[in-house]
Design a protein around this ligand. Structure first.
Ligand code: SF4
Length: 207
């Protein structure tokens, strides 16, 4: 696998927000979101490491939560081999919504899938069939920068049946209270969450 970094931090997004977690960040991404905060992981370069090397590294940390993120983890050819050998962890895999999640959905893990909004510039790259593959244990995240993103997200939700928990997350730097008020006014059944790690540490690499 091409990996960028392995580190321990608090989960900053989604249902496990605030929980100590080991992060495995893979290298390589097929998208180029305008507000990407991990552009250092875009290129799939450098030496590859084996699943055994990764098991050893994550085992150095004392937490049972493991989040595989990117980049885009589904681009790694040996991702499923890695997943099938992981034992004793509550695993989540973050994916950008542009690649087929079927094989992830066969496994005992949480899929954390993005659906890219217009502010990303990548909304046309989304694979709509993925929405029907998400399970109740999974989560679906929309990053909201402005009213057009909000409208887009509500339209997607209104025209697709989604079992996963839905999260609306303001893009970093945008006031969360505006989004929260809008969700309450519209009586949406979604969770509004910030990026906790950025409140704590700012926009630093590795967190
Ligand atoms: S999918 Fe993720 S890593 Fe790729 S460009 Fe978008 S935000 Fe960055």
């Amino acid at each position: 696998m091409h990996i960028c970094e392995i580190f321990r931090s608090l989960q900053g997004e989604g249902k496990d927000i605030g929980c100590p977690t080991v992060f495995l960040r893979t290298r390589g991404c097929n998208l180029r979101c305008s507000w990407c905060d991990t552009s250092y992981a875009w290129e799939m370069e450098g030496e590859e490491v084996s699943p055994e090397y990764i098991y050893g590294k994550i085992g150095e940390y004392s937490t049972d939560r493991l989040c595989i993120t990117g980049g885009e983890p589904l681009l790694q050819k040996d991702l499923y081999q890695l997943l099938d050998g992981i034992q004793g962890y509550r695993v989540s895999v973050e994916t950008n919504g542009s690649l087929d999640i079927s094989k992830l959905a066969e496994r005992n893990l949480m899929i954390s899938m993005d659906y890219k909004t217009p502010s990303s510039g990548m909304e046309d790259r989304m694979l709509n069939a993925n929405l029907g593959k998400l399970r109740s244990c999974d989560q679906l995240k929309f990053v909201i920068a402005h009213g057009a993103d909000y409208f887009f997200a509500t339209k997607i939700l209104g025209s697709n049946e989604v079992l996963a928990e839905v999260i609306f997350q303001p893009v970093w730097g945008v006031d969360i209270s505006t989004l929260a008020d809008k969700v309450l006014d519209d009586e949406l059944d979604v969770r509004v969450l910030p990026q906790l790690h950025k409140y704590i540490w700012g926009d630093l690499k590795g967190f």
